[in-house]
Design a binder for this molecule. Sequence first.
Ligand SMILES: NC(=O)c1ccc[n+]([C@@H]2O[C@H](COP(=O)([O-])OP(=O)(O)OC[C@H]3O[C@@H](n4cnc5c(N)ncnc54)[C@H](OP(=O)(O)O)[C@@H]3O)[C@@H](O)[C@H]2O)c1
Length: 257
Amino acid sequence: MGKTGDMTQTILITGASSGLGAEMARQFADLGHDLGLCARRTDRLEELRTEILQRHPDRRIEVRALDVTDHDAVFTVFRDLAATFGRVDRVVVNAGRGKGAALGTGRFDDNRDTAATNFVGALAQVEAAMEVFRAQRGGHLVAVSSMSALRGMPKSMTTYAATKAGLAHLVEGLRTEFYGKPGYDFTVLYPGYIASEMNAGVTAAENKMMVPTEKGVAAMVAAIEKKRASACVPALPWAPLSILMKHAPLPVFRKII
Ligand SMILES: NC(=O)c1ccc[n+]([C@@H]2O[C@H](COP(=O)([O-])OP(=O)(O)OC[C@H]3O[C@@H](n4cnc5c(N)ncnc54)[C@H](OP(=O)(O)O)[C@@H]3O)[C@@H](O)[C@H]2O)c1
């Protein structure tokens, strides 16, 4: 049944087959939490499950195939994991797609797929998570947004940044709705550049602000465990840069991105 009063939490992570999601799974397991891991590539999820269980045989890890653009499946899988564990303490809306093209250059298909995954797919996850949380009277919703959400971005980033701003606003809206209600927490993470499959083509030499996956995810996990309302991760350089990104005059902003 429920895990109230014990340190182990049950955490559902989408997009857990690679990058930040897989590393969050490892680090949450290291902290003693049980996991529901979702993604399309279930072979990767099974490998991750085996790897984590070798280190932590007492952990409980459930794996589910999930394409977040299949909205019925999102509800089915979230309900199934809630029933299987008896309670889901935290949901991390992490699945995402980084592709896109400048608007009006003939790649509506690409931008539409990014919007469908990162925003409509995230909306389905938030709806399904809140259904579980309302039924069990509490839970911690975590959205993996992006530093790019802080301001409209040019070219291939335009749609991606808009989807991440949209996701952040969904969760901020819920935080306003549930203000003062005990048991409900909402965290929006704004990651900077963290090594993952999404940016595998970019080397550390090309992007000096890129941090290794373990380090970037450690900052994410620390912010989540503290139930921070929002956090730029890693805090340096991204927290100070967030002020510049939001307020720099356009000619300055165009030069720094
Ligand atoms: N890395 C960064 O620097 C950075 C910065 C800011 C924000 N983010 C955000 O962090 C999140 C994780 O990305 P990442 O960097 O770890 O990239 P990644 O290694 O490419 O991981 C993306 C994950 O999302 C899953 N995914 C993609 N489309 C999906 C779909 N339709 N249904 C279900 N799962 C889907 C993938 O799993 P399958 O392909 O197996 O389904 C994979 O597990 C994303 O939301 C991304 O936008 C990353």
